[in-house]
Write a protein that binds this ligand. Structure first.
Ligand SMILES: Cc1ncc(COP(=O)(O)O)c(C=O)c1O
Length: 453
């Protein structure tokens, strides 16, 4: 096999279709008190072309030429063979990673941001609202809107807004407005602040605010855009895994034994793994591991239920693993992994036994990120550190077992905006936090009487 450190595809080799796992994994429908939610019910929130994708069961969906052209500004993303990390671990495993940190915003998020902005523009939308945790999604949408000519307003979870001032400046540079959530601008935000003026916010609250701001806009030309969780977002991200397959083939590598990604709402993990899930469905032996923080253990400890995607219960009920829509996560430094729910497709794939989720504590993740920075050279986002920590666990296991395993993980973003988190880690100011069971139980009281998937 050729010894290549960076496996590069040309623009011509970019995949021309997205893979839709909804063709192969059957999720229960969105529900409201009146029963299953029909596509038209989403019209005030999303443009119908994206709603069609959300409900689609078509296995392969063409990527419009204009979107391919927008993506080609930074794609195809390189795949790296992590020789230096392998050497440091002394592992016989061959470790590969997709490098999504080279996009304009520094993460995988622009893959769906440009697609969503493009479909909205086609449908006549003038302005998009959204939420953001760590800031990566908000800045990706700000970038996409600036490319395509849409206004953009971002509600950023207050704890991250305060921990991380730079993403806000990035959003403003791309012409978006960014406010801390909970804010006084929406009823949903005011309700939370009435209860707790010091609320650190949550993704669930910020989603409520962004949806409210879109649906109450008197012009009717504002829509809401979500950076993760929903099927159409997972779909757009599958370009990651489809490229990865071509890249492994290019160097004569076999299908991976283990595929790993960090999971907040599930999109970067889904993007890398879904095309490989298709192989697994067809008999390939493979372990597919979504990794989450022990402080927000949605897939590993929360039940599979019907719950709202947001705190103010504006969204229909979604069948997913959920810590409860009232969940307020601990302020760990991986803002993108602090969501109470999980992609319905990822949740169902876990229920169906296609994936084996894992929760890892913050300190182990930062240690993994430090080793990665000092071997491979890239400082990873704290979210991506979760994938690296699981990769290291697996590479050590391969060493113990003396097995030449092929491990593929997603480097979902760089950590250049997260250096204050690294500083705290290096100064010994970060702590592990495992979510107490009583909190999970308490939050589930709010789901009493909801249907079960
Ligand atoms: C770098 C990075 N990785 C991962 C995530 C988690 O999101 P998802 O699970 O949708 O990929 C985020 C979210 O903000 C992120 O910024």
């Amino acid at each position: 096999m050729t010894q290549i450190r960076r496996i590069i595809l040309t623009e011509d080799e970019m995949p021309r279709q997205w893979y839709n796992l909804a063709a192969d994994v059957n999720c229960p429908p969105f529900m409201s008190p009146a029963g299953p939610v029909p596509p038209e019910a989403w019209a005030p929130v999303f443009p119908m072309n994206l709603v069609e994708q959300e409900y689609s069961k078509q296995r392969w969906i063409d990527i419009p030429e204009e979107i391919l052209s927008l993506l080609s500004r930074w794609r195809p993303a390189p795949m790296h063979r992590a020789y230096a990390l392998e050497a440091a671990l002394g592992t016989p495993a061959r470790i590969y990673y997709k490098n999504e940190s080279l996009s304009p915003g520094g993460s995988h998020k622009p893959n769906t941001a440009v697609a969503q902005a493009w479909y909205n523009k086609q449908a006549g939308t003038k302005k998009l609202t959204t939420e953001t945790g760590a800031g990566q999604w908000g800045s990706a949408l700000a970038y996409a809107c600036s490319l395509i000519g849409l206004e953009c307003k971002v509600f950023m979870v207050r704890v991250s807004f305060n921990q991380k001032p730079l993403p806000k400046l990035m959003m403003q540079t791309w012409g978006a407005t960014c406010v801390a959530s909970p804010s006084l601008e929406t009823q949903a935000g005011r309700n939370v602040l009435d209860q707790d003026p010091e609320s650190p916010g949550s993704l669930g609250i910020a989603i409520s605010e962004a949806i409210e701001a879109a649906v109450t806009d008197p012009t009717g030309q504002t829509k809401y855009s979500l950076g993760s969780v929903l099927n159409h977002v997972m779909l757009h991200q599958t370009i990651i895994g489809l490229e990865a397959k071509k890249q492994l083939e290019k160097v004569g590598e076999r299908l991976p034994d283990i595929v790993i990604g960090c999971a907040g709402g599930g999109s970067n993990f889904a993007g890398l793994s879904f095309p490989f899930v298709l192989d697994k469905i067809h008999g390939a032996k493979m372990e597919i591991i979504p990794v989450e923080p022990a402080s927000c253990p949605t897939l590993t400890r929360a039940p599979y239920v019907y719950d709202h995607g947001d705190n103010a219960k504006m969204t229909p009920l979604v069948a997913m693993h959920s810590l409860g829509h009232n969940f307020i996560p601990a302020p760990i430094h991986a803002g993108g992994l602090r969501y109470h729910g999980m992609s319905p497709l990822v949740s169902k794939a876990v229920v169906d036994g296609l994936m084996s989720p894992r929760a890892i504590n913050q300190l182990e993740c930062y240690s993994a990120g430090m080793l990665f920075a000092r071997t491979e050279g890239i400082i990873p986002a704290p979210e991506s550190c979760h994938a690296i920590a699981a990769t290291i666990q697996e590479a050590k296991k391969a060493k113990e077992e003396g097995k030449e395993k092929v491990i593929l993980f997603n480097l979902s973003g760089h950590g250049m905006f997260d250096l204050l988190g690294y500083e705290k880690f290096m100064n010994g100011q970060l702590f592990d936090y495992e979510l107490p069971q009583e909190i999970i139980n308490k939050n589930h009281e709010a789901l009493a009487g909801y249907p079960m998937p």
